[in-house]
Design a protein around this ligand. Sequence first.
Ligand code: PLP
Length: 459
Amino acid sequence: MHAERAALLRDAAERANSYLDGVDERPVRPSAADIAALERLAGPLPDAPTPAAETLALLDEAGSPATMASQGGRYYGFVIGGALPVTVAANWLATAWDQNAGLWAASPVSARLEEIALEWLADILRLPATIGGAFVTGASMASFTALAAARDALLARAGWNVGEDGLAGAPRLRIVVSEEVHVTVTKALSLLGYGRATLERAPVDGQGRIMADRLPPLDERTIVCVQAGDVNSGGFDPIADICARAREAGAWVHVDGAFGLWVAASAAKAHLAAGAELADSWATDGHKWLNTPYDCGIALVRDPGHLRAAMSAPASYLVTSGHREPSHYSAELSRRSRGVEIWAALRSLGRSGVAGIVDRTCRHAARLADLVRAAGLEVLNDVVLNQVLVAADDDAATDAMTAAVQADGTCWCGGSTWRGRRAMRVSISSWVTTDADIDRTAAAIIAAARSGAEQETRP
Ligand SMILES: *Cc1c(COP(=O)(O)O)cnc(C)c1O
């Protein structure tokens, strides 16, 4: 038993290392043949056991080639970070522990790591030291969790208990979002009972930032959702201004800072999120700019009591220990130990290491923007962060360029629509990206734009 297990885990480590060794040389996207070969994983459910080593080998041989090489330096789709080696290693160890992180009694180490991670997060994100938080799958669930606390807190203030009485017949809350609100925030709101058509949308400027002077009036039954880092432009809403008005009115401010909140770690960029510490709740990710493995999101709430009121569900067999009980702050009971990788990343990088990732990726974005502009392409956003929106002559040419970039495989970028125009999104979030990666990327984008242009002018 022991020898077999040891051999299996060593084999997994070796396979993982050769995968990571190869990730920078291969095309970023898998080939059609690699995707077709995934069918080797299918077939009827086996009737009897097969050796574990054989199962792992099949997973590696058929699965690894069909991955996106997002652990390399030239994956720029969506907002996807790599995973720092220390976080992968910590994740492996924690998976071997196989702890249920829902209760202190079920895993003291998970519970304590979460408390420490919360303290460090408050410190590096420049948020109040007293915040409460939940370790969830991503910013989607982080917004869901924090907005549940917001809803329940505002309704409690209006004399309504959502946990007991539900939502039917509850006083009405107003929800203000930006015209550029991230789709996961509107999804969270609709899951919480606030459908898309009921939201008030604040107009934005050319960088997708709420225009503070056109913010709808706020009152004590309003939740305002602001963005720290627009998923397309990287723009920040005027958070300090909006928080000041919300304070006066008694409204709740929720910050979607999936990646942008991390600017707080950087002396050069922190000003972008100025005032974020005045908000009532925040959603952010570990798996984007902090470069932890999936899945890793964090919901943070100024008053931990509000989060606890929304999420705790006492039951007699779920003993409480006098410690922070993780499941009293999130929707899940059983879940994995999510504080582990955040702790490992912050412990290993330190303050300057986190700032280094933010500063480096922002510098890469600025340089890439300069390189493609110099070649005659257009950059649609002010490159204040790690996001670059590239456009060719017209929408068709832009889409052709994006498709050609993806097919070429030097790098991977997705498409988007920005202020009515098609764009190619470049989101530089990985700790591993180098200057040389940016040069290769710029060359690939410029070549893709030219090949698209040639095809268009051909009769
Ligand atoms: C990625 C992102 C989200 C959603 O986060 P997930 O981790 O994918 O759930 C929300 N808002 C913004 C601004 C994002 O960039």
